[in-house]
Design a protein around this ligand. Structure first.
Ligand SMILES: N[C@@H](CCC(=O)N[C@@H](CS)C(=O)NCC(=O)O)C(=O)O
Length: 210
């Protein structure tokens, strides 16, 4: 089903979790508008925003009054509702399980690895750089091995797995995480960037990207 109205995405332009939701909307061709939430001013903890999500975090999707929060939940919602052919989320049990692996990676190793490393340089978060960069390097090694003989993380086409993992891997150098040794990962990033409808995340000149 095609969306007949613009979906609203509450987001922050430097948030990779927000970017993955924006990327999904754009790749699926769903009309949408971006509403910036001023995290620096605490707008995400204001009562009106907490009515949308009890966690007070971006992103949040508003689909004509249907509210969905959490980036991975938004990806699954969009694929279920606006991708009837199952291009982005396979409809078979094994395909769905294989995609879920990478949604879990996005919410786990990516969030506590490259995303956390970037929080240090972009937002001044007080994580231990050695811990989070070490975790990111381990993850990149595993992803590089997964992508050695395949173009996409799951199956033979881009899926939600690729969308969920893209934003914080692409931005990893901003957190002093070096992609140099991971040529399969870099080729995979370039394949995603060549997809019709791709939109980049706003860059910050910090870390190795300075
Ligand atoms: N599991 C959530 C995590 C979202 C998240 O961490 N959002 C950050 C911005 S990238 C946020 O809103 N941080 C503010 C806070 O936690 O107070 C998701 O996937 O959407």
């Amino acid at each position: 089903m095609a969306a007949t109205h613009p979906l609203k995405l509450y987001r922050h332009p430097l948030s990779g979790h927000s970017h993955r939701a924006q990327l999904a909307l754009s790749l699926m061709g769903a009309p949408h508008e971006l509403i910036d939430v001023d995290l620096m001013k605490g707008a995400h903890k204001a009562p009106e925003f907490l009515r949308l999500t009890p966690f007070g975090q971006v992103p949040v999707l508003d689909d004509n009054g249907v509210i969905v929060f959490d980036s991975n939940a938004i990806l699954v919602y969009l694929a279920q509702k606006y991708d009837p052919q199952g291009k982005w989320l396979p409809r078979d049990a094994k395909g769905q399980a294989d995609v879920q692996v990478w949604l879990s990676v996005a919410a786990g190793l990516i969030a506590f690895g490259p995303a956390a490393a970037r929080l240090i340089t972009v937002f001044g978060a007080r994580y231990n750089p050695e811990d989070v960069i070490g975790r990111a390097n381990g993850l990149l090694k595993a992803m590089d091995a997964q992508l050695a003989a395949r173009a996409w993380l799951v199956g033979d086409r881009a899926t939600l797995a690729d969308i969920a993992c893209y934003s914080y891997i692409a931005a990893a150098p901003e957190g002093n995480v070096d992609l140099g040794a991971h040529s399969n990962v870099r080729a995979w990033l370039a394949r995603i960037e060549a997809l019709p409808g791709f939109v980049p995340m706003q860059k910050t000149k910090v870390g190795l990207a300075a």
